[in-house]
Design a binder for this molecule. Structure first.
Ligand code: OGA
Ligand code: MN
Length: 292
């Protein structure tokens, strides 16, 4: 039976209907899912009751899996699974509590950034009361690139930009408080995430389409431009990418699993809930290829 797909918005996102990922899809079904994923950049599955092993196994179909640099937030028996959560145990966060609360693309600060991320919602604040908190917004950066005028596209094709994990980490550290306080990165962790340079416009490794590849989260500077000019251009590109017309905003329910393409999207976590409203997500991060 062919899977039914339903678009989530005009420019980004599709839902695969009636797929139960606890039974590994066969090769043909996987090809269908992968095509829908590449074409729509964000793929949603609802009502998934997956074990950790099944989450990992499904993700592995798309490539090797990353082990995140913040080791304290990995699931002890499954280091491929990263906890995103505001839950605290014994006065300590069990996951990254402030993940993605700025527009970003996962792991753009690495030499070979992630191909895609696969996020499973385990607990969503107040979802039962008919209203959920902690939405995630996604934008299509291929659509954002294609929307630019030809002159701008040609100009951007020549540029490269510097991405940094530790700069973002320090900015988040400065605003975190109490038990949410981020510990300083150790020298060892810093060594694992040196600053990197990527083209400002990247080509999708599967579809060959071009997209804007700078993000507010991790892109610090355009290489070779004076600081004020670089700041101005980056701000323009960030604002352009984040426009409503390229966006889908997901209202989570526990059991939703979303995979997003890190070569052609950015995402933003909406922090509109408090510590008394537990939120727990499990993420795998699929390895990617060098940016070109
Ligand atoms: C992530 C992320 C957003 C969210 O897992 O990469 O940015 O809404 N999460 O939890
Ligand atoms: Mn993220």
């Amino acid at each position: 039976m062919k899977t039914e797909f339903r678009k989530l918005s005009d420019k980004i996102g599709v839902e695969a209907i009636g797929v139960d990922l606890s039974k590994m899809p066969d090769g043909k079904k996987m090809d269908e899912l992968e095509k829908a994923f590449v074409d729509n950049c964000v793929l949603l599955f609802r009502n998934q009751q997956l074990t950790e092993d099944q989450h990992v196994a499904f993700s592995r179909h798309f490539g090797g899996l990353e082990i995140h640099v913040l080791k304290q937030y990995l699931l002890p028996d499954h280091p491929e699974l990263l906890r995103i959560s505001n839950i605290q145990e014994n006065g300590k966060n069990i996951g990254i509590s402030d993940a993605g609360q700025y527009w970003h693309t996962d792991l753009s600060y690495t030499r070979t950034p992630s191909r895609c991320s696969v996020l499973l919602a385990k607990m969503i604040p107040d979802a039962d009361a008919g209203r959920s908190f902690g939405d995630t917004c996604f934008v299509n950066t291929i659509a954002a690139y294609e929307d630019l005028n030809e002159e701008t596209k040609t100009y951007l094709l020549k540029l490269k930009a510097i991405h940094s994990y530790s700069d973002r980490y320090e900015r988040m550290r400065a605003v975190s408080e109490g038990a949410s306080q981020r510990a300083p990165l150790t020298e060892e962790q810093k060594k694992q995430v040196p600053d990197v340079i990527h083209p400002v416009v990247r080509t999708h490794p599967v579809s060959g389409k071009k997209s804007i590849y700078v993000n507010e989260g991790f892109t610090m500077q355009i290489e070779g431009l004076p600081a004020d000019e670089s700041d101005r251009l980056l701000k323009q590109l960030f604002d352009h990418c984040a426009s409503e017309k390229f966006m889908y905003r997901h209202k989570w329910k526990a059991g939703d699993m979303i995979m997003w393409d890190n070569c052609s999207t950015q995402h933003l976590a909406i922090a509109d809930y408090g510590l008394h409203q537990p939120r727990l997500m499990h993420r795998t991060t699929v390895t990617g290829t060098p940016v070109f």
